[in-house]
Design a protein around this ligand. Structure first.
Ligand SMILES: [Zn+2]
Length: 725
């Protein structure tokens, strides 16, 4: 589990997409009309790269030629084209078949999804005032467009006609899965509502699209607004030289004069400060700024916005016949109901809370012995600091002694080596391919036999233009065009520790785990082999491909390959590895507690009876009091900056990480049984889980790989928990 993961993965919502499989004259006529319209649009936009073949290797978006003003006309054109494609399906006089309706729909909207993928990438990693304004302008346009498709009664009638005779069609497994999910998506999108219901649903979707954009913007503004400028060396007390050097670089980049150090509430700056700073009042200042984001009663306050989002979602769920937003969402997941999720979370909560209390007591005892603490009571801004001290005392393990062994590019090459041993993949750097920022690394990914599999881009360090957290996305997802695979372009975006004047980027263990994690999502994107573009992934299984990768991070056999000292090239000493292993359960109470608290908060907002009428701050504190969250721990995300659930795709789904962890811990057991680099096990994982991810029910996929349903034991062992079953 990664502590600061942001919305990690675009969940496989069914994509609607262009080549209607009509036949004969009708087909020709439609094709000609479409082509003529495309040519006219290209002529009208001679300098807009979206309207012309990119002409780049692997169809990489030509970032060097794309300007912000190119997006709006391209999005408008994309909407128009997709609507035309949908209209052609509706207008066909033929009896609806799987081919002329479901396959045809699956192919609509390619142009729009290409443009949106580029726009979404920049919105997350390279935003500015113009892009933000454009997102506010296009979000409601796109929401209306989606509604125009899912509320199109004639289109739904065709889909339903195919769906109703599905048992007689002799469809393959993948086709049946696509058909059922296409139908379900229409129903969940309001197709069965009367006209008044449809009109209200449109209004709700419009409002929701706008509020989520606003919420995310506010979090970014609040994250960038705080600066701790230190101009007095005494206030650097306790900070290791590498952290001081990083703060000096940050100050310089911010245009501050020589002799000043800058700390922010971006995680790579904040965590080392909270860990090492001896200045308790400064630690408090920094941590408060972090956990009060969006809760400062200023122009970027999110309290009213999040209540509005929760209330709009509730109204939408009720309109569609569900008692809550959580019930609406969870129907699609492995867990199925809010009751099942809450039961699962509370089952883990009890032993976790006991552990966290023990940890707090141990930290308090340490603090009591520290004359600098002045007999103060342990607070949230002390947790990192005394945990690090205790870790050093118990295991003689020090984060800054580890970092030199985790130079960013070495870690990257370690992941490449792992992918080579498991799947035979090769990664070739492509310095000439276009990218949106000079820091972005671009690699071609090749199969063992040299065939092209896809492209991977990686963007590692924080910028003011980048959303916080780490995520894997795509500039293009794989699909088939006339039987030929169109290869994907996957992206990884992180906020890892930056290089300094005298050292390259040296990662913390958390960051190394995050890197492996996001790489796992990207592998699923790269391997994807479904025949159709429409994917339906149960959200609570989405972290299986990513979290399984984390299990290799500390395997001594792999550490020997990549954990080399950045100066001497010496491999990480065995005793350091041993210490790491011994300390693997250390601080697990905290890690699990802050995470579970956020999961429970998410479920509370999305099962609340009347979220519009509550006081957001009070609602949160009452929810936390009910489960007995200890005051020394703040939920990993408080409501006002919980991007995952209020502006990303994880609403009523933040629990997905730990639910998926049951799967990944159990799946990794298969590797441990056969050998952690066993090719046959890796091949089976690729063929049964990663390639068809989202084209089949996950339980069935999993059983093909493992031969049985997953057991919870591996997860409990990993987190050091015992539950009464
Ligand atoms: Zn993830």
């Amino acid at each position: 589990m990664n502590r600061y993961l942001a919305t990690a993965f675009v969940i496989g919502i069914l994509l609607f997409a262009a080549i209607a499989c009509k036949s004969g004259d009708e087909q020709d006529k439609a094709d000609k009309a479409t082509q003529a319209a495309a040519e006219a649009a290209a002529k009208a936009n001679p300098d807009n790269p979206f309207f012309h073949p990119y002409g780049t290797a692997f169809g990489m978006p030509p970032f060097d030629r794309i300007k912000t003003e190119h997006f709006l006309p391209a999005i408008e054109e994309g909407i128009r084209r997709e609507q035309t494609e949908v209209d052609a399906i509706v207008a066909s006089a033929k009896k609806p078949t799987f081919e002329n309706t479901i396959t045809a729909l699956d192919h609509t909207g390619l142009f729009l999804s290409d443009v949106n993928a580029v726009f979404g990438t920049l919105q997350g990693a390279m935003t500015n005032k113009d892009i933000q304004a454009l997102a506010r302008q296009t979000a409601p346009m796109l929401a209306a467009h989606r509604d125009n498709i899912s509320l199109n009664a004639k289109l739904f009638a065709k889909v339903k006609a195919v769906y109703d005779k599905r048992d007689k069609l002799e469809l393959g497994r993948e086709e049946m899965f696509l058909l059922e999910n296409t139908y379900k998506d229409f129903v969940r999108g309001g197709a069965l509502l009367d006209d008044a219901g449809k009109a209200r649903l449109r209004e709700l979707n419009q409002a929701l699209s706008l509020e989520s954009v606003k919420f995310g913007e506010n979090v970014l503004a609040e994250t960038n607004a705080f600066q701790l400028v230190i101009d007095n060396k005494a206030d650097l007390a306790g900070l290791p030289p590498s952290v001081v050097a990083m703060a000096a670089v940050a100050a310089k980049q911010a245009g501050l004069p020589e002799g000043k150090w800058l700390f922010t509430i971006h995680v790579p700056s904040m965590t080392p400060f909270l860990t090492y700073s001896e200045r308790r009042p400064l630690r408090e200042k920094v941590h408060r700024a972090y956990f009060m984001k969006g809760d400062n009663d200023n122009a970027s306050d999110n309290k009213e916005i999040l209540k509005k989002i929760a209330a709009l979602r509730l109204e939408k769920a009720k309109l569609l016949g569900y008692p809550s937003h959580a019930a609406f969402i969870l129907e699609q997941n492995m867990a199925k109901t809010p009751e099942r999720v809450n039961e699962f979370l509370l089952q883990l909560w009890e032993p976790t809370n006991a552990k966290a209390k023990e940890e707090a007591a141990a930290l308090q005892a340490l603090m009591d012995r520290d004359p600098k603490a002045g007999r103060a009571k342990l607070s949230s801004w002390d947790w990192w600091h005394y945990t690090e001290k205790l870790r050093q005392e118990k295991y003689a393990l020090d984060d800054s002694a580890l970092r030199p062994y985790f130079m960013l590019n070495n870690v990257r090459d370690g992941i490449f080596a792992l992918c080579d041993r498991l799947y035979g993949l090769k990664f070739v750097e492509k310095p000439d391919l276009p990218r949106y920022h000079p820091d972005v690394q671009v690699f071609e990914v090749l199969e063992a036999d040299g065939r092209h599999l896809g492209v991977l881009t990686m963007d590692f360090h924080p910028r003011a233009s980048k959303r916080s957290g780490a995520w894997s996305g795509a500039l293009r997802r794989a699909y088939y065009e006339k039987g030929v695979r169109v290869p994907p372009i996957s992206t990884i975006t992180c906020n890892f520790t930056s290089p300094t004047a005298d050292a390259p980027a040296l990662l913390s263990i958390d960051e190394v785990e995050t890197f492996f994690h996001e790489f796992g999502h990207s592998l699923a994107t790269l391997f994807s082999q479904g025949r159709y573009r429409g994917r339906t992934v149960a959200r609570d299984s989405v972290e299986l491909p990513s979290q399984i990768m984390e299990h290799w991070v500390l395997e001594p056999e792999l550490l020997a390959v990549y954990a080399k000292h950045y100066k001497t090239g010496e491999p990480i000493p065995a005793e350091l590895v041993e210490k790491l292993e011994k300390s693997s359960l250390f601080n697990q109470g905290f890690i699990t507690e802050e995470y579970l608290a956020a999961c429970i908060l998410d479920m509370a907002w999305h099962t609340a009876a009347d979220p519009a009428s509550v006081d957001a701050r009070q609602f949160e504190s009452e929810t936390m009091a009910k489960i007995g969250l200890i005051p020394e721990i703040v939920p990993r995300y408080r409501s006002t900056y919980f991007n995952h659930i209020f502006s990303g795709g994880y609403s009523a789904g933040y629990y997905a990480y730990i639910w998926s962890e049951v799967l990944d811990c159990d799946a990794y057991e298969a590797f441990k049984e056969k050998g952690i680099f066993d090719r046959a096990t890796a091949e089976s994982f690729r063929k049964n889980v990663l390639e068809p991810f989202g084209t089949e029910e996950i339980g069935a996929q999993y059983r093909k790989f493992r031969g049985a349903d997953p057991k919870i034991d591996g997860l409990l062992r990993k987190r050091g928990l015992t539950i009464s079953k």
